[in-house]
Write a protein that binds this ligand. Structure first.
Ligand code: ZN
Length: 120
């Protein structure tokens, strides 16, 4: 299935900090004291990796039918997807949404996923 969301993949420079394509905000690692801190902007739909969806915006929840679900229910939902978090976040249909997928090289094959979309 062709993903609805437009995808960009980082495979060589997978460690490059990801910034929002719409406002330029660095969404992860912007805080030198805590590089794992997420600093989502208004355009951020989701920030995830292969074992969890770390940040979900209300627009994302609405778009992929996660609204009102508990964290456990959300996890059960993406785990049902054969593509895991990567496949699940490919289902986003928010208009002009862009996903950056950063894959660490084999044998790790660990991925990080960032979703953005313009706001009206
Ligand atoms: Zn932004």
């Amino acid at each position: 299935m062709k993903p609805a969301i437009q995808r960009t993949e980082l495979r060589t420079y997978y460690y490059t900090p990801v910034h929002c394509p719409f406002c330029g905000k660095r969404v992860m690692g912007a805080d030198p004291a805590d590089e794992t801190r997420i600093t989502a902007c208004a355009h951020t739909l989701f920030i995830a990796h292969d074992t969890a969806i770390e940040y979900r915006s209300p627009r994302f929840d609405e778009n992929v039918s996660l609204k009102g679900l508990s964290d456990q229910e959300v996890e059960a939902r993406w785990k049902q997807d054969e593509g895991g978090v990567d496949g699940f976040t490919d289902r986003v249909t928010v208009a002009d949404a862009i996903k950056v997928a950063a894959y660490e090289p084999e044998p790790s094959a660990y991925g990080s996923y960032y979703g953005f979309a313009p706001v009206a």
